[in-house]
Design a protein around this ligand. Structure first.
Ligand code: SAM
Length: 272
């Protein structure tokens, strides 16, 4: 079967269109089952990160999420976590359409929560490429003890990614990041299948701005902005046994390819 035409569009426009199916289109990294690759591997990184937050920070903790998307991982920050009190979660994203879904997902969770006090979640549109256009977000700089950013790095120049997170974090704060692996990025990029808006019936692959990063250059770019990696860089490839479960049927073409990496980094290398 001939492959679909590719339409490259601005990243903001990509997510404006992708938002309606982002949580249901079977993307192998974030497909909406409990065991998607990112869902399965993020919890251990979060646990590690929480253990690294300096006890000198004031609690309850503020967490900022860069590129919160539809709130897939934002809701994980609202679950009770032993030994950690989270006060505020600040969810930033380029796309109003993605954030609208995140808002409704978080409010349905907090409205049914039996917790005495759930973290408060604040949502802001924000473009890391034009931070000065978002003074409300700039006012929040230096407040986060922890920054979470999953599957976002692909859309940003490395220096901008790390310098943005550095501004959001307190000195000594902790970053949890995940990204598409370069082995996958060399063959594909973030995007989805949609109907061509001009013809109204042809299926096209819609994709946005995307960079392919090797792990070594990510670690080095972090180091240049003052981040040190703590523990291991996790990497995940697709195995035959993942098809149907972890990566759905669409994962078949990725068997044998590394598709994901993730790690924890600390700003300033200051110990607890
Ligand atoms: C692949 S989605 C990941 C969403 C979510 N973190 C997750 O793991 O499901 C990438 C997200 O990054 C956001 N994004 C892309 N470029 C951005 C920028 N320049 N500033 C802020 N967010 C951006 C997009 O709007 C999108 O929601």
């Amino acid at each position: 079967m001939a492959s679909k035409p590719i339409h490259l569009i601005p990243t903001k426009d990509l997510y404006a269109r992708w938002a309606k199916v982002y949580d249901s289109d079977g993307n192998i990294l974030h497909r909406p089952v409990t065991e998607s690759i990112d869902d399965a591997l993020l919890p251990s990184l979060l646990t590690q990160a929480f253990s690294l937050v300096p006890s000198s920070f004031s609690f309850p903790l503020t967490i900022t999420e860069l590129g919160a998307g539809t709130g897939r991982n934002t809701v994980k920050l609202l679950q009770p976590r032993e030994g950690v009190e989270i006060g505020n979660v600040i969810a930033l994203d380029l796309s109003a359409e993605m954030l609208a879904i995140a808002k409704s997902r978080c409010s349905s969770l907090t409205s049914t929560s039996t917790l005495a006090s759930s973290p408060k979640v604040y949502f802001y549109e924000f473009d890391a490429l034009q931070p000065s256009s978002f003074p409300e977000v700039q006012a929040l700089e230096g407040q986060a003890g922890l920054v979470l950013s999953t599957l976002v790095l692909e859309h940003l120049p490395l220096k901008i990614f790390f310098s943005t997170i550095k501004k959001l974090l307190k000195e000594g704060g902790v970053l949890v990041m995940t990204n598409m692996h370069a082995e996958m990025g060399r063959l594909s990029r973030a995007g989805f299948t949609d109907i061509d808006m001009e013809s109204g019936n042809v299926k096209v692959k819609v994709q946005g701005d995307s960079f392919v990063y090797e792990i070594e250059e990510v670690v080095e770019a972090g180091r240049e902005e003052g981040f040190e990696m703590v523990g291991e860089m996790l990497q995940r490839g697709v195995a035959e046994g993942d098809v149907g479960l972890m990566v759905g049927e669409r994962g078949m073409k990725w068997v044998g390819v590394k598709v994901w990496f993730g790690c924890v980094m600390r700003l300033g290398g200051r110990g607890k």
